[in-house]
Design a protein around this ligand. Structure first.
Ligand SMILES: Cc1cc2nc3c(=O)[nH]c(=O)nc-3n(C[C@H](O)[C@H](O)[C@H](O)COP(=O)(O)O)c2cc1C
Length: 148
């Protein structure tokens, strides 16, 4: 089976209590990005992690077995809790083909993206926001592409 025939995208939101500094950052975010992007590369996974002040939203895409195995691990990670599955869907094209895991956080320079899409950086998004999460990740990724 070619990889494309078995490609899925999984999106979830979770709550965290990691204290963020004035720029919306916590070193744990960078640790996750560094470790995860290496592991994801080995598993054929790409994706984007939104780090808000009190919540995460993550989009991961790749072979279904690898994605399901990662989601099981994520559910056991004490750095966040209350995971809510937003979407698990078969896809034909990756949204983030160039990143095994990139992250965007709620810095003063990106807070407008959260606001325009009607996200609070403190309140974990409810189901009414599900269809805007991919837009949020895509817009933060676009800023990241320009800035880095
Ligand atoms: C918000 C968040 C996102 C994460 N994203 C990934 C990821 O994309 N890939 C990954 O391998 N680990 C990710 N991790 C880390 C995993 O939860 C877990 O610690 C890691 O897979 C190591 O597991 P292992 O050492 O038991 O294999 C993430 C953790 C958190 C809190």
């Amino acid at each position: 089976m070619s990889e494309d025939a078995d490609l899925i995208r999984l999106t979830y939101v979770s709550a965290h209590e990691l204290p963020t500094d004035a720029s919306g950052f916590n070193m744990a975010f960078a640790d996750i990005e560094q470790v995860a992007s290496k592991a994801n590369a080995g598993a054929g996974i790409t994706g984007f992690l939104v780090c808000a002040r009190r919540w995460f939203a993550q989009v991961i895409e790749g072979p279904s077995a690898a994605i399901d195995a990662l989601y099981a691990k994520l559910g056991a990670d004490p750095r966040h809790h209350s995971l809510r599955l937003v979407e698990r869907a078969v896809i034909t094209r990756r949204h983030f083909p160039d990143w095994h895991l990139a992250l965007g956080y709620a810095a003063p320079s990106t807070s407008m993206v959260f606001a325009v899409l009607d996200f609070s950086i403190d309140e974990i998004p409810g189901p009414d926001a599900d269809d805007r999460l991919l837009d949020l990740a895509t817009d933060l990724a676009a800023i990241k592409r320009v800035v880095t």
